[in-house]
Design a protein around this ligand. Structure first.
Ligand code: GDP
Length: 295
């Protein structure tokens, strides 16, 4: 995960370790290299610039120049700032409703259906919840089949209605079923498209308004870099979602989405997907991620 970024940051910070006497110029050079590493990882230019300005300010404020181990102090400063940039604290999901309704949003292929299954499985095994999955993609019968396959795999009931073409009605019927049959979490999988378009946005917005979920999650493929951030902005403008799910972090992703997204939409990353299997889900911890990036 983020191997390239980790290598580059390591190299950038390494230069400070070798110096007997540290000067302001050394600090400036190091922060410039850190900025370059972030830009290479597809972090948005403004965010990279603000980030390195903060690091430089902190480094000079904390007397890196006279520190016994300036390299180590710099690593700590960068780690703390990265943690802050990725959200600071770990944030859970709101499961206060009876039932708690969780609406999944995102582009086609982002990993919504897979993640819906992972979350149902996670809640079922870890939190003694009884989830119901609801298939609201009325355009692709294969998407409904896929959710049924996932449901069977994890032993979670799936509600679908292949004759109903209005996703709002399917979502409402799913919630009604949950209420009458004692399911306490409803996870609603919706239709995505390959790119942001008005029809998809109108549809998800209608579902959102009609069911007023406790939690609206935006699922995004971490491999898509800057596009991930732009898509997040578009969905957030319409849905004001509660959290981000970053999928495919097991792949060869550069890291830009993970680092930039919180700061762009001001919404926390709540979970990450790290594989195709139903168990490949992790709660997102900003500090652990920063730790991983810096090694
Ligand atoms: P949807 O169209 O948003 O519902 O996306 P899917 O759930 O169908 O996922 C699209 C593809 O990405 C499928 O082949 C999934 O197996 C794969 N996928 C989903 N999440 C992950 C992940 O965290 N890691 C990897 N490697 N693949 C994933």
């Amino acid at each position: 995960m983020f191997d390239n970024l980790s290598d580059k940051l390591d190299k950038a910070l390494h230069t400070l370790r070798g110096h007997g006497q540290i000067t302001e110029i050394n600090v400036a050079e190091t922060t410039k290299e850190v900025r370059r590493a972030l830009l290479d990882a597809d972090v948005n230019f403004r965010i990279a610039k603000e980030f390195t300005n903060k690091v430089k300010e902190k480094a000079l404020g904390q007397n890196v120049l006279t520190a016994l181990q300036p390299g180590q102090l710099m690593v700590k400063i960068v780690k703390d700032e990265l943690t802050e940039l990725m959200g600071g604290e770990t944030e859970g999901i709101n499961l206060s409703g009876t039932p708690s309704v969780i609406l999944m949003s995102g582009l086609q292929g982002s990993g919504k259906t897979t993640f819906s299954g992972k979350l149902a499985n996670f809640l079922k095994t870890k939190k003694t919840k009884k989830p119901l999955l609801v298939a609201c993609d009325v355009y692709r019968p294969a998407a409904i089949d896929q959710l049924h396959v996932v449901g069977e795999q994890i032993g979670v009931e799936v509600y679908s209605d292949r004759d109903e073409k209005n996703p709002v009605k399917i979502a409402q019927a799913g919630i009604a079923k949950a209420k009458s049959e004692g399911y306490n979490v409803v996870i609603i999988d919706t239709a995505g498209r390959l790119a942001v378009d008005t029809e998809m946005m109108n549809e998800i917005s209608e579902i959102h308004k009609a069911i007023q979920p406790q939690e609206t999650l935006f699922v995004v493929d971490s491999m898509t870099g800057q596009d991930a951030v732009n898509t997040a902005k578009a969905f957030n403008d319409i849905l004001n979602f509660d959290g981000v799910i970053l999928t495919k972090l097991d792949g060869d992703t550069r890291g830009g989405a993970a680092i930039s997204i919180k700061s762009v939409v001001d919404k926390p990353i709540k979970f990450i997907g790290t594989g195709e299997k139903m168990e490949a889900i992790d709660v997102f911890h900003p500090s652990r991620m920063a730790e991983r990036i810096l090694g």
